[in-house]
Design a protein around this ligand. Sequence first.
Ligand SMILES: [Zn+2]
Length: 216
Amino acid sequence: MRAIKFKGGYDRNLSYILFDEKTKKAVVIDPFKEIGIYLEKAKELNLEITGILNTHEHRDHVVGNSFFEKKGFEIIKPKKNFIAVGNSKIRIIKTPGHTPNSVCFLENGKVFTGDTLFAKRVGIVRTIETTRELYGSLKKLKKLPNKTLVYPGHEYEIEIPTTIGKEKKQNPYLKCGNFKEFDALISKWRDYANKRYFARRLKWLKYRYINGLFSS
Ligand SMILES: [Zn+2]
């Protein structure tokens, strides 16, 4: 299959069209709300979009779903280990951590990692339990061949795709030899995420208090 990258969204998000070159059947991964960009590209390349896939349920990764649904496209809920698209098969790898239902999509030397693995970074986690889950999920990804192309859900400093081999060398989180090292490295990230989360909660509680939303 061939991948086409789209950049946009709220935070240098990436979404993709992945299509089977022979049958021209395609899926869109983590669509933005401006779904015209995919429809135009599909028209240009004579592709038939057969469904929408999401790496996880965070808003910036599913924001385009409802726009596609309104036009009659199917949101594919990956229940099995494989999804068939034309003559190709996309393998679902369960990668909990960033969210409990996070998945990666693997197809012939390409892996779409959502917010599980980025170039030089990994997705944010907020608890020790989810840190442990993420560690296990990254272990699965590390087992893929080095030349596997990595297509994450965001493009921060580095041009995407990267590869599993490159990330094993340049990604400090993948270089950790054991969970203790990984947890030590990630705890700074986690503290930051928690502070941000509690600041938001506090703001919301204050808002409710000021607006009398606690009185019945
Ligand atoms: Zn996310």
